[in-house]
Design a protein around this ligand. Structure first.
Ligand SMILES: Cc1ncc(COP(=O)(O)O)c(C=O)c1O
Length: 322
């Protein structure tokens, strides 16, 4: 996606903070290394999250929907028989401590990773989930908004989203992201910013690291979880804000690519992406080729909420006290 002047200062390439949590302790990032024999590296048997912490107007820092991200991490972990050894509450506190040690109050992206490490003594070699040790690492880097608020160009990928009987698509599994990487690679080779993937039934699933919304006939529409998508936390935030602040209910229903192409508005939602208008789809403009009014209103509302300006949603903010 294009680096731009978003809701906060643009940073084309993130600045890496010099502290990580690894092997049960905080350490300089350059020491947070793994052997090439790591099972997750060889077989893709890891699960992860992408979380943002936002600078608040009073100069403090708050992690957005930390509990929900860690609830999903623990759900994903169970799918791969990984035990990160920490509760949701402990993971939130560990993250806050990492940010304190980094010492930043600027917008930050946090990457927790729970993974399979090494065969336990006496275990037979091979691809396995049990009989393998588990590990947890966290790193974070300063990162502002990086998508273009004026809109991005998407392809419809020739890669299909895997079905839930091929991969646990509702878990954020590292190995599954080969599919997403191939889709992005194809989109960029075609001069676009991102790819929208259809599922095995030919219905819209999601974008490479975001969920898809459209305004069709004046209604806000997003594919249901049964469309083989990752149930995004930003997706849930948008559904909530649309209903509470903009009196707009969301229809959860299947959408074909032709319906998406004829929509009045299309936008993507994700922790990294935040909310970004799609102004061109498969080589054609979406409506007039400019961000739509509902998309723009949601983008504004989202920035107000993540920065603590909306009292009704402050329970979504986990403060990183100095
Ligand atoms: C495949 C995929 N879909 C959707 C999303 C959006 O999820 P969230 O809003 O929780 O970041 C992400 C990002 O985590 C993703 O990787």
């Amino acid at each position: 996606m294009t680096a731009t002047q978003g809701g906060s200062p643009a940073q084309a390439s993130p600045v890496v903070a010099q502290v990580a949590y690894h092997d049960g302790e905080f350490m300089p990032l350059e020491r947070a290394l793994l052997p090439v024999t790591t099972q997750a590296l060889q077989y893709g048997t890891g699960v992860f999250e992408g979380i943002r912490a936002y600078a608040q107007d009073d100069g403090s820092l708050a992690i957005f929907r930390a509990h929900d991200h860690y609830r999903r991490l623990l759900r994903s972990s169970r799918t791969l028989r990984i035990d990160p050894g920490r509760s949701v509450e402990e993971l939130c506190e560990l993250t806050a401590e990492l940010l304190r040690r980094i010492g930043t109050t600027e917008d930050t992206y946090i990457r927790p990773l729970a993974y399979k490490r090494a065969l336990l003594p006496g275990q037979k070699p091979g691809v396995s989930l049990s009989g393998v040790s588990d590990a947890l690492s966290l790193n974070a880097f300063r990162m502002g908004s990086y998508t273009d608020p004026a809109g991005i160009r998407c392809t419809i990928s020739s890669w299909r989203r895997p079905t839930s009987d091929t991969l646990p698509v509702r878990a954020k599994v590292t190995g599954g992201y080969v599919n997403n990487a191939l889709a992005v690679d194809e989109a960029r080779a075609a001069g676009c910013d991102d790819a929208i993937l259809l599922n095995s039934r030919g219905q819209v699933a999601e974008a490479s690291t975001s969920n898809v919304f459209a305004v069709i006939g004046g209604r806000l529409v997003t594919p249901p979880v049964t469309a083989d998508l990752l149930e995004g936390i930003t997706r849930d935030t948008v559904v909530t804000l649309a209903a509470d602040l903009l009196q707009t209910e969301t229809d959860f229903r299947d959408m074909g690519r032709d319906e998406l192409a004829g929509a009045e508005e299309v936008f993507l939602t994700g922790t990294g992406t935040e909310i970004v208008p799609v102004t061109e789809l498969a080589g054609r403009p979406v409506a007039e080729g400019t961000p739509g009014s509902l998309t723009t209103a949601l983008m504004r509302a989202y920035q107000d909420v993540v920065r603590g300006r909306e009292p009704n949603y402050r329970h979504w903010l986990h403060h990183v006290h100095a």
